[in-house]
Ligand binder design. Structure first.
Ligand SMILES: NC(=O)c1ccc[n+]([C@@H]2O[C@H](COP(=O)([O-])OP(=O)(O)OC[C@H]3O[C@@H](n4cnc5c(N)ncnc54)[C@H](O)[C@@H]3O)[C@@H](O)[C@H]2O)c1
Length: 387
């Protein structure tokens, strides 16, 4: 018989229910769903109706105690990701966590330490890494074909959300329940791709507008300015308050330019470095190449399959869990910069970030201990974002 991996899923909301159905529906070869857990009775009722023959728990520790699964998918609100992962590693389980890795770099660091100590497979659901054009842009950059990075600019304003979305779950868009707004919930995908393609910056400055378009206590509009070791700069603009939005990535190097928009990668190649002809040469014509999307983005199921194959057959992870720390470092630094008005140099002062966040949590309108699980609602079309 082919090897199988027994999965459990914790958090059966919007995303966890999709992962559970994908495994249960046979879309993850080798994966078998054996257990699920949610604190909300309505979600457990959903599981009874939709996941026959799967054990259902109302308590995460009880599910671990039952020892049914070999791997766990964590799809609860972000703050829970590190403590749940650490508890699962302690029991010898493989872990695939939803993005973001957590809310604080310090917590994600502890999660990575636990993963390394356990020796188990650890993945993170950065599903947009499966988009072939991002992978292609990365190859071009990493292979040196664009030369030295000069400037990157990403406008990702097609994360539009209505007020109804923010009202759909008590934890959303609060410091105590979610730990931020667009930078912690929607933008992690692109912040991860930014660092995956271009590497980590050395400093971050940011402006975050709190509740600019919605009745929320966190930011729904952010502009980040970052600088790299070689002097290259990045501008990253995101919001949930513009409609229709834009998703355009532009990367300039000294050997040309890339533009990724509308499922098309456009590439202008220079025969030599711009630095070679700037002062004493003829300005050459750039060769233009247009690369369309020929393969599908395998998205969430692509990551589920890759994680399963990593455990069962040693396949290389496309999104190793510990890499979640990188995009979170950028967003923690952006918050710290917005809170203090300072340019934040990396490595991040994690204690300072945690201390200011603690004050925001204390003043938050969300009080987890007073909220019943049933207060969290459901909604659909959550990640309906197009290039
Ligand atoms: N990769 C993606 O494209 C993507 C898309 C959506 C959401 N997400 C991530 O998935 C996570 C969940 O988001 P969502 O939109 O599904 O939220 P949701 O509110 O729809 O679902 C969360 C579920 O977790 C349950 N829960 C909360 N605390 C729990 C606990 N202690 N034990 C067990 N269950 C608990 C809630 O009852 C709820 O059913 C977030 O971290 C989010 O960033 C990722």
């Amino acid at each position: 018989m082919d090897k199988q991996l027994r999965f459990a899923v914790v958090g059966l909301g919007n995303m966890g229910s999709a992962h559970a159905l994908a495994i249960q529906g046979g879309q993850v070869p080798g994966g078998v769903l054996v257990a699920v857990c949610d604190t909300a009775p309505s979600r457990r009722q959903w599981a009874r109706e939709n996941l026959p023959d799967v054990s259902i728990f109302d308590n995460f520790d009880a599910m671990l105690e039952a020892d049914l699964a070999e791997a766990i998918i964590i799809a609860t609100p972000h703050y829970f990701h590190p403590p749940m992962a650490i508890a699962a590693f302690a029991r010898g389980l493989h872990v695939l966590t939803e993005k973001p890795g957590g809310v604080q770099v310090s917590a994600v660091r502890a999660m990575c330490d636990a993963a390394e100590k356990s020796g188990k497979t650890f993945g993170v659901m950065f599903n947009q890494r499966t988009h072939p054009l991002f992978a292609h842009a990365r190859e071009i950059l990493r292979g040196g074909e664009l030369g030295a990075l000069k400037r990157v600019q990403w406008t990702v304003t097609n994360w539009y959300r209505t007020q109804a979305y923010y009202n759909s779950g008590g934890w959303r868009a609060t410091w105590a329940g979610e730990g931020g707004g667009v930078l912690i919930n929607q933008a992690p995908h692109q912040l991860d791709l930014l660092q995956w393609i271009c590497g980590m910056p050395k400093s971050v400055w940011a402006h975050c507008a709190v509740g600019k378009y919605h009745l929320i206590e966190v930011e729904d509009d952010a502009t980040i300015f970052a600088e790299y070791d070689n002097g290259a700069t990045a501008t990253f603009i995101t919001t949930t308050g513009e409609y229709p939005g834009t998703n355009r990535l532009e990367i300039a190097g000294d050997r040309g330019k890339l533009v990724l928009e509308e499922n098309k990668l456009r590439w202008w190649k220079l025969p030599t470095s711009e630095r070679d002809f700037c002062f004493d040469g003829e300005v050459p014509t750039a060769e233009y190449v247009e690369i369309g999307q020929t393969e599908a983005e395998t998205a969430h199921n692509g990551i589920l399959c890759n994680f399963t194959n990593a455990v069962l057959h040693g396949e290389e992870l496309l999104a190793p869990g510990c890499e979640a720390i990188h995009e979170l470092t950028i967003s923690n630094a952006a918050y710290l910069s917005a809170w203090t008005g300072e340019r934040v140099t990396l490595p991040l002062d994690e204690a300072r970030f945690d201390a200011i966040l603690a004050k925001k949590i204390a003043a938050s309108s969300y009080h987890p201990e007073q909220v019943t699980a049933e207060a969290d609602g459901v909604y659909k079309d959550r990640w309906n974002v197009k290039w």
